[in-house]
Design a protein around this ligand. Sequence first.
Ligand code: ADP
Ligand code: MG
Length: 214
Amino acid sequence: MSLTSNQTIFLLKEIGRTIEDNKTLLTELDGAIGDGDHGINMNKGFAAVVKKIDDMQTEDIGNILKTVGMTLVANVGGASGPLYGTAFIKAAVIVAGKKEINLDDFVKMMEEAIEGIKMRGKAALGDKTMLDALEPAYNSLNEAVKENLPAVDAFKKMTEAAFQGVKYTEEIAAKKGRASYLGDRSIGHQDPGAVSSYLILDTVYKTIKKMVQR
Ligand code: ADP
Ligand code: MG
């Protein structure tokens, strides 16, 4: 598997569409344990991203992802903006100067993205945040790549693990972010950031699956 700048832009636009389609869901989830703006925040951020990257086809993927990160930081008011923004900016460094990236690049990008989120938000696994979807997803992807699974199968494992991570957030109390103010009352609800992370990764899987079949 490899992705060109053009395909990366296509993938990011697909992510933008997924976020738009799930705006209400994300906002409702955040309404239950936060302040009810996660869908609005994410949609505002990705709508700005889609506009910004539209004419970046001739740029390298590092530049594209850096633009994504900076646009999210600048356009998303909530905690999730700087966190997702940092994730994309960190991932961008890994592929600086590259106009084509492969599965190994993607694994490294995801590792750096997660490190960036941890550095910025100081959360850990089990704190009921986006990390509870992202970390298991990364671990499954990494394992699948080490086992030499085809890219589409590896991405499928990744998205399945992210979904399990979302389910896990239902069972635990939030220790970071606004939901932590609720303590144990946050149990029984999915974490909105974990759901948005799952949706992003699931769109990566579905889009790459379509690209490979073409
Ligand atoms: P806000 O909480 O400022 O309203 P959002 O509603 O957009 O921002 O995002 C909330 C999501 O951000 C949470 O569901 C959680 O997944 C994520 N989040 C909040 N704080 C942290 C943190 N310190 N580390 C990682 N993720 C976090
Ligand atoms: Mg919120």
